[in-house]
Design a protein around this ligand. Structure first.
Ligand code: CO
Length: 134
């Protein structure tokens, strides 16, 4: 059911420094910061030949990234995103297996303008999983 790895998201304590490190030390193609108020994050996309990296930084008062950075002050891998062709079919199949969908259970529009859902990390070996319909 799942397809390509769409991105790996890394929460960072200093967005500018992290973006600069990917640009200069790693020689990556780094985009400009983008505010995503619906998700409480500012995101920098990094294009790799086979996938993307998303640098996440908190935006607003109740950003989901704030608590993560309190627990991981140096930053850390926050989630991984897999592509699916039909997000509602994927959700229903996952729910049948007992996996928990976070939030209302309805897809939101994600950072790439496509529907996304998040799955409970306790149901996936401690990894927060995002599904994105492509
Ligand atoms: Co993501």
């Amino acid at each position: 059911m799942i397809g390509r790895l769409n991105h790996v998201a890394i929460a960072v304590p200093d967005l500018e420094a992290a973006a600069e490190q990917y640009r200069t030390a790693l020689g990556a193609k780094v985009g400009p910061p983008q505010d995503e108020p619906d998700h409480g994050v500012t995101v920098v996309f990094i294009e790799l030949p086979n996938t993307k990296i998303e640098l996440l930084y908190p935006m607003g008062e109740d950003s989901p990234i704030t608590a993560f950075l309190e627990k991981n002050p140096a930053g850390g891998i926050h989630h991984i995103c897999y592509e699916v062709e039909d997000i509602l079919a994927a959700r229903d199949r996952l729910k049948e297996t007992g996996a928990r969908v976070l939030g209302s259970g309805e897809p939101k529009i994600g950072a790439h303008g496509k529907p996304v859902l998040f799955l409970h990390p306790k149901d996936f070996n401690g990894a927060l999983v995002e599904l994105e319909q492509v």
